[in-house]
Design a protein around this ligand. Structure first.
Ligand code: NDP
Length: 339
């Protein structure tokens, strides 16, 4: 069983050498009476929150436990059941949920695994568009922002796993949508593939406030926050009265020892803006509602999803690190096996 092992807790930017490839022999059989499920991992997801799991967390409100040094990286994946001692799962079924970065995983508490019913879509979608990032985009935009037709929406890290969907949902809603991303290729995708009204490369803007004033002469009604730091500060200055900010993530802060100060929070009061953070893990009860909404859109070709697919567990550490340099174009997927 080829595995990607977490070496030890880190500070600063993660490196490939923080993860080590090994091979261990395992039995491809679930122990009797264990209620466990043995799966063959097909697709593994690289997600920004995994950086937080590489830090040793002290007691406190941590939303996801740290990785265990010497154990495989834990993350979401899409897999096929090979053997099961659990009444809810049968051999041959397809599932998605928490698994490990290895070819085969013995899942001892499989209740969190979600069975895949729709198989006439690309199965990798269950770690992206139809998985945690998709639900994140849906919840963060519709549930938190109460969008209305004609509103002005700004999305940062807009070409990524979550951002590309928020932009398309906002267009379907009849909003005016602008996104920021870190390369020309991504900006072109936003405008030409995802239908954003405008997009810009934030790395080329020395003055983010001036850039936002250029793209939003009338201000922003809804900001879908993925990056934090300087971008959030500049956005606060450009929000309209009664605007909403959905705080999904702050990736620009994840590798810093001390987060950057945000200076313009007073705008929340003067402009009566509502800024709200959320954890998608607390919204999984909305997954059926999300599927009812998004499945028809996928099948009618009204939603598109760009994935950045790499082959092989060997390349998984590099792909995870790439999220923090922006090397991924779209949802970062690791293919472990094709069925
Ligand atoms: P992406 O697919 O968007 O990948 C991460 C992207 O972030 C990179 O491609 C890069 O794009 C951008 N980025 C990296 N470093 C920086 C930086 N210093 N400044 C600005 N942008 C940067 O990831 P996801 O779509 O999976 O996640 C997007 C956000 O949503 C993250 O903040 C994540 O933590 C959060 N999230 C939150 C959830 C929740 O429950 N609240 C659930 C899921 C995700 P670029 O080239 O454009 O810079």
């Amino acid at each position: 069983n080829k595995q990607v092992i977490f070496r030890d807790y880190i500070t600063g930017f993660p490196k490939e050498t923080d993860m080590v490839l090994t091979t261990r022999t395992i039995k491809l059989k679930v122990p009797d009476g264990s209620k466990a499920v043995l799966v063959k991992n097909l697709y593994l997801s690289c997600d920004p929150y995994m950086r937080g799991c590489m830090t040793k967390k002290l007691d406190g409100p941590n939303y996801i436990p740290s990785f265990i040094p010497g154990s495989p990286i834990r993350g979401r994946g899409m897999a096929k059941v090979l053997d099961s001692d659990h009444p809810n799962f049968k051999e041959g079924e397809l599932v998605w949920g928490m698994t490990c970065w290895e070819e085969y995983s013995l899942i001892t508490m499989p209740d969190g695994l979600i069975k895949i019913k729709d198989t006439d879509v690309p199965l990798s979608y269950y770690i992206g568009l139809l998985g945690m990032p998709g639900l994140t985009a849906y919840v963060g935009f519709y549930e938190l922002c109460s969008p209305k037709k004609g509103e002005i929406v700004f999305i940062s890290a807009a070409s990524g796993a979550v951002g590309q969907l928020v932009g398309q949902f906002a267009k379907i809603m009849g909003c005016y949508v602008v996104g920021s991303a870190g390369s020309k290729e991504k900006v072109d995708l936003l405008k030409n593939k995802f239908g954003f009204d405008a997009a810009f490369n934030y790395k080329e803007e020395h003055d983010l406030d001036a850039a936002l004033k250029r793209y939003f002469p009338e201000g922003i009604d809804i900001y879908f926050e993925n990056v934090g730091g300087k971008m959030l500060d500049a956005v606060l200055l450009n929000m309209r009265n009664l605007g909403r900010i959905s705080v999904c993530g702050m990736i620009s802060q994840y590798n810093l020892q001390k987060s950057e100060g945000v200076h313009n929070l007073f705008c929340l009061i003067t402009k009566q803006v509502r800024m709200e953070g959320f954890l998608v893990g607390n919204y999984f009860h909305l997954l059926p509602k999300y599927y009812d909404f998004v499945m028809p859109l996928i099948k009618e070709g009204k939603i598109t999803y760009v994935e950045d697919t790499i082959e092989g567990l060997d390349n998984a550490p590099g792909a995870l690190i790439g999220l923090f340099t922006g090397s991924n174009v779209g949802k970062q997927v690791v293919v472990v096996a094709h069925e």
